[in-house]
Design a protein around this ligand. Sequence first.
Ligand code: NAP
Length: 299
Amino acid sequence: MLTGIKAAVIGGDARQLEVIRKLTELNATLFLVGFDQLDHGFTGAKKVDLDELPLSELHAIILPVSGSGPNGEIETIFSNKKISLTEELLKQTNTSCTVYSGITNDYLTKCTKALNRSHIKLFERDDVAIYNSIPTVEGTIMMVIQHTDTTIHQSNIMVLGFGRVGMSVARTFASLGGHVSVGARKSEHLARITEMGFQPFYLDDLEQQVDQIDVCINTIPAQIVTAEVIAKMPSHTLIIDLASKPGGTDFRFAEKRGIKALLAPGLPGIVAPKTAGKIIAKVLTQLLIADYKGKGQGK
Ligand code: NAP
């Protein structure tokens, strides 16, 4: 149970509703900022404005998966009010208050470090990232179907990166009958790609590998699908870039060449917000309990 824990949930999308549902079910006391247009009420959760938060009493601040914008702006789909997480505001919390977000950026990292507040990036955890790769893959399939006029079956699908998302993407597209090739930079990854029955190649050879592909799915958060690479792709190639903003594709060059290239952030929140929210809520609950007990406050 989360009895005794006070947390602020600031902004977010439909995934946060699952977080709120789970935390209130477990008896946490929640303050919701940026949810004024949400019709649904949760017992144990109070909608407030940022300046009404009991900052010094909070054990946790739960931010959206994206964290914040480059200047602390917090996105919310449940309010039109502008919300920003400032250093000034965070300073008023207790030093033991922990900040949770999915990913981070320079602003958030600088802010939490400067004030010596713990900051947990949930998506850096393997468990969260692997579970989250499931709705990500389903969203990717949806996009490929929407933006091609051929089946995935028998198509040449290239996956760049063989991390938590890349591995799930490669396996799922292969199971739909796609001819999957995977580019990675480590020899152990090439070994595993081979073992799983995909066509492996070193990323250094990317330019030489793209002349027959139908779909390129990038998961590498670095400039990898460059103008030189795009220039060698067939003109019908569809590029889906899953890597976090700004992605790893030269979108301007793709547009110039008439190749459809789409940055597709936040797919779990779009295609399966309930599942994606439950994934976050489950881990968050465990972390909140451990943190609370670790600070000698729970039983
Ligand atoms: P990950 O497990 O860290 O995998 C990243 C992969 O990229 C690894 O294979 C890594 O190779 C490779 N890589 C990283 N930097 C590279 C570079 N400079 N050159 C070559 N290869 C490089 O990450 P993940 O969990 O799979 O997530 C991948 C990306 O997708 C992230 O940006 C994440 O934020 C994003 N994501 C997007 C969605 C969405 O809805 N669009 C959903 C979930 C995640 P090494 O092992 O060799 O370093």
